[in-house]
Write a protein that binds this ligand. Structure first.
Ligand code: NAP
Length: 211
């Protein structure tokens, strides 16, 4: 499904979930593209707490990832950052996050969860996916040149199996990746113009991602 039809009477909030380790211009461009494309009233960035699929992976402290997300989004009045997944005990499941948001905002708000295409390919491994797909729509954002054939098949499968709302959106600026940024910093290469200046400064001040 490529059209973003829905009940126009409801407010639309996009949820930008991610590790954001670190946040970069690709994430910001994706959020803005979805906000405008779907006519959302706001985008709520939610740095992930302790997601089950990152078991044992070294990640930067959540307080740093949260602060960098705050700095990166500060200049956009439509962007907000939530600490809903911070300081939660045990694994943080997207279902629990969406349930909390639904309870908080009520029935007048429709939620769209934005995430990377690769994460969406694994959606059926997520905690209680059937329930999750009933509570929000999903937007898979893709990098330029991304081969969408597998993703389209997956979306079709998910839509027919769960009667759910899932969309694909191409984002021109998404060729930046957090993995590449961490590598660059480790190797002493510049990350200028790939992340907002304030984030670059924060990384430098806190000596993040160095060997
Ligand atoms: P990831 O596996 O680190 O990222 C997969 C790919 O998607 C990477 O290329 C990543 O690029 C990109 N990506 C991730 N979030 C993005 C976003 N919001 N916009 C654009 N690209 C994005 O995925 P993750 O960041 O840990 O997880 C994504 C979200 O899914 C989080 O909110 C997480 O909690 C949720 N999740 C939930 C469950 C569950 O409930 N069981 C399981 C898995 C994931 P970058 O590295 O450049 O960001």
């Amino acid at each position: 499904m490529n059209t973003y039809e829905s009940s126009m009477s409801k407010l639309r909030f996009a949820i930008m979930g991610g590790t954001f380790d670190p946040i970069h211009y690709g994430h910001l461009a994706a959020a803005e593209e979805v906000r405008v494309g779907l006519n959302c009233q706001k985008v709520i960035f939610i740095p992930s707490g302790n997601p089950p699929h990152k078991k044992g992976c070294v990640r930067t402290d959540e307080a740093h990832r949260y602060d960098m997300t705050l700095l990166a989004t500060a200049s956009n009045p439509y962007f907000e950052v939530s600490d809903i997944e911070m300081n939660r005990n045990g694994y943080t499941y997207t279902l629990d996050t969406i349930k909390k948001l639904n309870k908080y905002y009520g029935n007048e708000v429709e939620l769209f969860f934005i995430t990377g295409a690769d994460a969406l390919l694994e959606l059926e491994t997520w905690y209680k996916v059937e329930q999750l797909l009933k509570l929000c729509s999903f937007i898979a954002v893709t990098r330029p040149g991304y081969d969408k054939s597998k993703l389209e098949q997956k979306l079709y499968h998910l839509q027919s199996k769960y009667n759910s709302e899932l969309y694909i959106m191409d984002v021109p600026g998404l060729s930046i990746s957090s993995t590449d940024l961490r590598k660059r910093i480790e190797q002493g290469t510049s990350i200028r113009y790939l992340v907002p200046e304030a984030v670059e400064q924060y990384i430098s001040d806190h000596k993040l991602y160095r060997k």
